[in-house]
Design a binder for this molecule. Structure first.
Ligand SMILES: *Cc1c(COP(=O)(O)O)cnc(C)c1O
Length: 492
C-alpha cells in the first residue's frame, strides 16, 4: 500500500510513498501529513474468523491486509513487544463496568499508559528500517507526559536511532517526569522546556520543518523523524485494539457479531479516535465514536458546531493533562478522509493564518455521521472517579471523561466500549483527591493512599522510580532547544 499527502503534492516530493518512507519522514507537502491511499476492507469473514484469535495473530493479519513494506520477521519482532505486557496472552483486557458500558484497558504495558500500544512496536519497526537502510535517525518527540516515557523505553539502546524528547517542565506528574529523567542510555536526551505542551509541540513542528536544522543534521549524516502521532507508524498499531476490543465482546458473549456499538474515546491529538474511525471504515460495526474532551473542549466545539476556533481559546491546565491540547494533529486525517486534500489544505491554512475555520453545514453533517462529542470538567471527572470506585472500578482522570460522554451523548441505547488510557499510578494525586478528599498530595503519598483505599499494590516499576538517580537534568527556554539537541548529537 502507498501513502499520499493530506494537503496534496507540491510537485517536488514523490506523489506517493511507501509505509517505511512515510514513517521515516512523516512531514509531507505544504505542512501536511501522510494518509493511506485507501484502507483495506476486512470483510465480515475476517471478523468471524478472528473472534478467538489472540492479539498478536489478529494484529499480524490486520497489518498484512495493509500490505506494508515491512518484512515479516520485523513485524513479528515488533508484535513480540506485547509479550511484555501484564498478560502476554491478553495485552488489552476488556472489562464490564456496568450495564452497556465496557472498558478496554490500554495501559498494561511498560510505561502504564496507552502510548505503549503503538510506540512499543513502532520503535522496533523504525529502528529496523534505519538499520536496513544503514542510515542514522534523530527521533524528535514532544510529550505532555505519556508519549515521552513510552518513546524513550522503546528506543532505548536501539542502533541507528537517537531520541530527543521535549516535555513541559512542571506540566507532567512526578511519575511521568521520573519515568523520563531517570532514563539512562547514551542515545536518549530528555529536555524540559519553560512552556506548556502546545509550546513543546510547536517547537517540535518548527524543528521538523526547519531547513537550517536539517542541514546541520545532514553535516553529521543524521536524518530527522518524529515519534508523535502525526507519524502513521503509530496510527497503524492503533486500529488494531479497536478491532480486538470489539471481537473480545463477541468472544465474551456480550454482543453478537455484526451488532453495532459505540466507541468512547478520551481525545487529545485524536490518534486513538482516528484509529477507531479507520477501523469503522474497514468494516468494524461501529455506530459512532463518542469523543470525550476535558475543558480544552476544542474538539467538542468542532463536532457540535463545525467551528475550530483558536482565537478565544487559551490552554487550560486540567487534571487530564494528556488531553490539554488546542491543536489536535490527527483531525487533519479526518478532514482529508471526508473532504479531500484541497479542502484540507484550505481549512488548515486558515487555521494557521486566521486561527479559525468553519465547516459548511453539509460538511458538518458528514462529520456528525461518525462522531458525537462532549467535554468533562475536572470536578465532574472527580465525581465519576469516586462513583466508579464505589462501584468497584478504579480509573484515571482521562478515562473518567469517557464516563461522562457515555451518560450524555449516546443517541441510542447501544453497548459502548470506553477506552482507559492510563493506569491509576500515573495520575495519582487527582485520584487520591477524588477518593479521600485530600488535596495537593505528592505522587508518592497519593500512590500509597490509593493503594490503601483500593487494597492493591503499587507496581514495582512505579515504586522503584522514586529511588532511581535523575540523569537527565536539562531544562531550557524555547529558543535554546535547537542548540541543546545539537550539542547532544555532536557529543555522541
Ligand atoms: C495521549 C493520551 C490521550 C489522548 O490520546 P490521543 O490519541 O492523543 O487523542 C488520552 N489519555 C491519555 C492518558 C494519554 O496518554
Amino acid at each position: 500500500m502507498q501513502f499520499i499527502e493530506s494537503r496534496g503534492n507540491d510537485g517536488k516530493r514523490p506523489s506517493s510513498v511507501s509505509f517505511s518512507s512515510a514513517i521515516l519522514e512523516p512531514m509531507a507537502s505544504f505542512g501536511g501529513i501522510y494518509v493511506p491511499e485507501n484502507l483495506p476492507d476486512l470483510g465480515s469473514d475476517f471478523l468471524a474468523n478472528h473472534v478467538d484469535a489472540n492479539y498478536k495473530q489478529l494484529a499480524k493479519d490486520i497489518l498484512n491486509a495493509f500490505a506494508i513494506d515491512i518484512e515479516a520477521d520485523v513485524i513479528d519482532a515488533a508484535l513480540d513487544r506485547y509479550d511484555e505486557f501484564d498478560d502476554p496472552t491478553n495485552p488489552v483486557p476488556v472489562v464490564k463496568v456496568k450495564d452497556q458500558l465496557y472498558v478496554s484497558e490500554l495501559w498494561h504495558g511498560a510505561t502504564r499508559a496507552f502510548k505503549d500500544m503503538a510506540l512499543q512496536p513502532f520503535g522496533v519497526v523504525l529502528s529496523a528500517i534505519a538499520q536496513q537502510r544503514d542510515e542514522k535517525y534523530l527521533i524528535l518527540t514532544a510529550t505532555s507526559g505519556d508519549t515521552g516515557p513510552a518513546a524513550l523505553e522503546t528506543f532505548k539502546n536501539k542502533d541507528n536511532v537517537q531520541v530527543a524528547c521535549l516535555y513541559p517542565d512542571g506540566g507532567t506528574s512526578d511519575v511521568q517526569r521520573l519515568q523520563m529523567v531517570t532514563e539512562d542510555a547514551e542515545n536518549l536526551k530528555v529536555i524540559g522546556i519553560h512552556g506548556n505542551f502546545d509550546d513543546a509541540q510547536k517547537a517540535l513542528k518548527s524543528l521538523l520543518s526547519s531547513d537550517t536544522f536539517k542541514a546541520k543534521l545532514q553535516e553529521n549524516k543524521i536524518h530527522l523523524s518524529a515519534a508523535n502521532s502525526v507519524n502513521f507508524g503509530r496510527i497503524i498499531f492503533q486500529l488494531i485494539y479497536h478491532i480486538h476490543s470489539y471481537l473480545e465482546l463477541v468472544c465474551q458473549g456480550e454482543i453478537a457479531l455484526g451488532e453495532k456499538i459505540y466507541l468512547d474515546v478520551p481525545s487529545g491529538n485524536f490518534g486513538n479516535a482516528l484509529g477507531g474511525f479507520y477501523a469503522a471504515q474497514m468494516g468494524l460495526p461501529i455506530e459512532k465514536i463518542l469523543i470525550a474532551s476535558n475543558q480544552n473542549n476544542i474538539l467538542t466545539e468542532l463536532i457540535n458546531t463545525g467551528k475550530y476556533d483558536l482565537r478565544s481559546s487559551e490552554l487550560i491546565a486540567t487534571t487530564s493533562p494528556a488531553m490539554d491540547i488546542l491543536i489536535s494533529s490527527n483531525v487533519e486525517r479526518i478532514l482529508y478522509a471526508l473532504f479531500g486534500s484541497e479542502r484540507t489544505k484550505e481549512l488548515l491554512s486558515q487555521l494557521e493564518f486566521e486561527k479559525f475555520y468553519e465547516l459548511t453545514a453539509d460538511e458538518l453533517a458528514q462529520l456528525k455521521k461518525y462522531f458525537v462529542a462532549d467535554f468533562c470538567t475536572d470536578e465532574e471527572g472527580k465525581d465519576y472517579i469516586k462513583k466508579a470506585f464505589a462501584a468497584g472500578y478504579l480509573m484515571d482522570p482521562h478515562t473518567a471523561t469517557c464516563f461522562k460522554a457515555f451518560d450524555t451523548v449516546r443517541e441510542q441505547p447501544l453497548k459502548t466500549i470506553a477506552y482507559s488510557t492510563a493506569e491509576w499510578t500515573k495520575f495519582s494525586p487527582t485520584i487520591a483527591n477524588a477518593l479521600t478528599g485530600e488535596q495537593g498530595a505528592k505522587d508518592i503519598d497519593a500512590l500509597q493512599a490509593i493503594a490503601r483505599e483500593a487494597k492493591i499494590k503499587i507496581p514495582e516499576s512505579i515504586q522503584s522510580l522514586f529511588d532511581k538517580k535523575v540523569v537527565q537534568d536539562s531544562v531550557v527556554d524555547k529558543e535554546n532547544i535547537e542548540t541543546e539537541i545539537l550539542a547532544f548529537l555532536i557529543k555522541n
